[in-house]
Design a binder for this molecule. Sequence first.
Ligand code: NZQ
Ligand code: ZN
Length: 386
Amino acid sequence: MENFVYSVPTRIYFGKGQIQNLGTAVREWGGRALLVYGGGSIKKTGLYDTVMRLLKESGVAVTELSGVEPNPKITSVREGVRLCRENGVDVVVPVGGGSTIDCAKVVAAGACYGGDAWDLVIHPEKIGKVLPVVAVLTLAATGTEMNGNAVISDRSKNDKFGTFSQNMKPKASILDPEYTFSVSRKQTAAGTADIMSHIFEAYFNNVPGAFTQSRIAEALLKTCIHYGPVALEQPENYEARANLMWVSSLAINGLIGCGAPVGWTVHPMEHELSAFYDITHGVGLAILTPHWMKYVLNENTVGKFVEYGVNVWGIDAGLDRFEIANRAIAETAAFFKKLGIPATLREVGIGGENLEVMARKSVACMGNGFVPLRAEDVLAIFRAAL
Ligand code: NZQ
Ligand code: ZN
């Protein structure tokens, strides 16, 4: 295990009715809030009215940024920055899924930055002071509620990049699993696949001796495998929604990655798919993951796949190593199919036309991965996934 520094200063309010703490959590940071939300799901569920009432009762003046798109765009960020400046906003309050919260984080950073907010997306080191963010999560997937990441797109250039700052970690996040009862089948499945992918990205590493991180990761994967299908069949099953919500945060808040660093590879590949075709992030990940696994399975990596197959899928440890590994990969693909996620790129409208450029762009965003990939490797994975 390697040395690490681990700090997550986000205060989590988890469970039914925790929204009652919103006013106090926001008030701690000031009296003028920018409320950020997406295309209207919070209005349909009534959460918008609750949030507005609680903020008003706490004497918080609210400015609104609405209509944040899935795969949030830099244009929405710029609009949010403008609203913050014009209204002297003290605290940014996103209410929604990962897209809304990511947009809000970069708005909060951009409001304290002299130049254009896109600089902060492509140069994370330029992020300095950030307005405090107090988030209300409505979709279990990205883990943005408890980390310093944000992923922003510029459709005019087919660019989608992740940025990061310790200062973008929310000061507080309200996680009420009941808010996810209304999440559609498609988004529930995609969210589960996204959570699993975050775990895979950390779990498949080459660091010896990170036993604790690996066993935690396996427990988190088993949670997704157990509760993902339950949430699909019973959208109002509190236990399933609660477990998925908490696993979404734990998967990507640094817990399983600290001490066992590794460059992520499937996420940079998927970010190109959603940059070029605006598809749902978790769907792209579910399509690519089994093909990535097959591609990187070799004599050096088989041991990790055996751990995965035996500990997560319960495959007989007495079988041949490659037999275990291949069965584990097949189980992974079958699980995503069971969630109702398409298995090929063509099914989500992606053909062969941009594969080369997407492959080149994705490797530029990869660190030193479990198996380092070159553009031709990514291209082969994309082609296999077609
Ligand atoms: O916009 P509204 O109307 O709110 O509808 C949203 C949207 O259409 C809907 N939704 C959200 N909560 C709902 C709901 N519908 C009914 N009931 C609810 N309670 O779901 C749709 C998708 O929402 P979105 O926020 O886009 O989904 P998700 O949370 O999966 O976020 C995806 C974005 O996060 C990025 C992805 O790349 C993508 O841009 N990621 C962010 C990460 C991070 N910050 O750490 C890491 C991830 O790997 C990921 O890259
Ligand atoms: Zn993800």
